[in-house]
Design a protein around this ligand. Structure first.
Ligand code: URA
Length: 233
């Protein structure tokens, strides 16, 4: 792929804008030598304004999504892409969220531009475990763990019962729910079906990958070891 297209695909600008960056001498190699549009350096050797190029296609990252941000590219309110470098929204192929979290849910949100990986994580048969910490409006009744684990609970407007899910109770108003599927508003609807209400919801882990000490609003690219952890649960 031509260097201009490669750089444009990373969201640095249209091909015309990137061509202008070459003319302005802003594209160099690692030693600071000006590059020309028909040069063929390895991507790792390219600098723009002295900075290394963003990661090429195959980017996977995790964000600690704060409450109040929507998993959308278009919503008029705050969106999760506002928390990433603006270029990332312009990449081709698109950097998309891996599934979604509700606007009022915080926690671990993955992004990738790798369609095969996205499918590997979200496909129902992958059954990747997702851990959600829920704060409830009312005290737990005591029968929730058994009902959630039964595999017989069917939510209103769903055609099939939920897969068994594990509930770990911390105290009367706090519990962690581990799901292996991802239905619409699933955690909130599960507690609502039993007459409770989720006041706060946080996803702490997907597969074997945990948020760790990533602060709300922060993101980081995933390394091979993170991907191994993701699928090693
Ligand atoms: N379940 C929900 O209800 N909301 C989320 O954001 C994720 C799972």
């Amino acid at each position: 792929m031509k260097l201009v297209k490669r750089i444009a695909n990373l969201g640095y600008g249209s091909r015309k804008e990137v061509a202008r960056m070459f003319r302005e001498g802003r594209v160099t190699d690692a030693a600071g030598e000006v590059l020309y549009a028909d040069d063929t350096p390895s991507p790792g050797d390219v600098r723009i304004d002295g900075e290394p190029l963003d990661p090429p296609q195959g980017l996977v990252l995790m964000l600690h999504k704060p409450v109040g941000y929507t998993c959308s590219t278009r919503d008029p309110g705050r969106i999760v892409y506002d928390l990433l470098p603006p270029r990332f929204r312009l990449r081709s192929p698109l950097l998309s969220t891996v599934g979604r979290l509700d606007r009022d849910t915080s926690g671990l949100l993955l992004f990738t531009d790798d369609g095969v990986l996205l499918h590997r994580i979200t496909a129902p048969k992958a059954k990747l475990a997702k851990r959600y910490d829920a704060t409830l409006a009312q005290d737990l009744r005591g029968d929730e763990a058994a009902l959630f684990a039964s595999g017989t609970l069917q939510l209103e407007s769903d055609d099939t019962p939920l897969a068994p899910a594990r509930l770990e109770v911390a105290d009367a108003r706090h519990a962690t729910l581990v799901l292996t599927e991802g239905r619409y508003h699933q955690v909130r609807r599960m507690f609502a079906a039993l007459g409770n209400h989720v006041e706060a919801l946080h996803r702490s882990q997907v597969g074997g990958l945990a948020l760790g000490d990533l602060a709300p609003g922060q993101w980081r690219p995933l390394a091979e070891a993170d991907l191994d952890a993701l699928f090693a649960s």
